[in-house]
Design a protein around this ligand. Structure first.
Ligand code: NYM
Ligand code: MG
Length: 216
């Protein structure tokens, strides 16, 4: 009999505002896929462990200053430096769950209202990166976010910035294909079950013999 073509893994991105519950949901999704026997890996951006990631971390903690364009390109470079390893994992059959990706990249930078840093400008360095098979947008209302406790101490964790980020996420996801909006204002379990169902549906319907696509 003929050998089956290798099924590649899926690239699953989880996006949302700060305090939407992304990290907990990513961990639960990883565990549920693992229990079903799928090889799976969970990564996050920014990856603060690399040399570029350390510059980003210092900027976010407010210990260093960066020009808006410069920090934007560092966030993008932080994705490019692991793009190949994501592609390799996926080609070998591992599903990769990514906590924040290019969508956070463009939205947080454009939210600074810098006149020469538009969404369009911000998207350019993302072109060619691995394209997610699905992007789950964890949506919570500003009221629900407020109930989840105060802001952290990092740059961007303030009301005016979060309001602009929320608006820009809507703009970006209106134009984007393969997005699933998840109402993340519900209980952790309800949200987790909807995410699992959405991801199973995506994995079942995607062409797992075709290679991963690229962002364009
Ligand atoms: N962030 C994250 C960006 O500004 N650009 C990016 O490309 C990415 C991936 O970093 N407030 C911002 C959004 C967050 C901050 O992320 C740190 P996290 O997930 O809170 O550690
Ligand atoms: Mg955060």
């Amino acid at each position: 009999s003929q050998a089956q073509p290798t099924r590649r893994g899926a690239l699953i991105v989880v996006e949302g505002l700060d305090r939407a519950g992304k990290s907990s949901q990513c961990e639960m999704l990883r565990d549920s896929l693992w229990q079903k026997g799928s090889p799976v890996k969970y990564i996050r951006f920014p990856d603060r462990t690399t040399p570029i990631g350390k510059l980003i971390d210092s900027y976010l903690r407010g210990s260093s200053h960066q020009d808006d364009h410069s920090i934007h390109l560092l966030f993008s470079a932080n994705r490019w430096e692991v793009a190949k390893s994501i592609e390799d994992e996926i080609a070998s059959g591992t599903t990769v769950i990514v906590d924040r990706y290019s969508y956070s990249g463009v939205v947080y930078s454009a939210a600074k209202a810098n006149p020469t840093l538009s969404l369009e400008w911000a998207w350019q360095p993302e072109i060619g990166l691995p394209r997610p098979d699905i992007c789950l947008f964890l949506s919570i209302s500003p009221e629900e976010a407020a109930k989840r406790g105060g802001f952290g101490v990092e740059r961007y964790e303030n009301e005016p910035m979060q309001t602009r980020v929320r608006q820009l996420f809507s703009t970006v996801f209106e134009r984007q294909e393969d997005v699933s909006i998840i109402d993340a204002g519900r209980s952790i379990t309800e949200v987790a079950l909807q995410i699992q169902a959405t991801v199973s549906d995506c994995i079942e319907h995607m062409d797992a013999t075709a290679p991963l696509r690229k962002l364009e």
